[in-house]
Write a new protein. Structure first.
Length: 95
């Protein structure tokens, strides 16, 4: 994450997320913090990342998720040139 994003406010938000203890608490918190569209966008990007790692085509991903090719490309760029956050989480979810 760029230094411009490493703010006290974002650190506090991450601390809040890390304090959540279960999925129900996640639903409650994220429904309050995010709009429905923001939450759907986040979940769509996560689904796109999973499908890209499964080597699905852009066309298949767009059809199955409704994501635009711009969104798919952005997620693909994060997977290939980002901070490995998606892959870290995918590995943990396998366990």
């Amino acid at each position: 994450m760029g230094k411009e994003l490493r703010t006290e406010a974002i650190s506090q938000l991450f601390d809040a997320v890390l304090s959540l203890e279960n999925k129900e608490e996640c639903y409650r918190f994220f429904e309050d913090v995010c709009t429905v569209n923001e939450l759907l966008s986040l979940s769509q990007r996560f689904e796109v990342a999973k499908m890209l790692r499964e080597e699905k085509t852009y066309q298949d991903i767009a059809e199955l998720t409704g994501a635009s090719t711009a969104t798919i490309s952005r997620v693909n760029r994060a997977l290939n040139y980002g901070n490995d956050g998606y892959d870290m989480v995918f590995e943990r979810l396998k366990k």
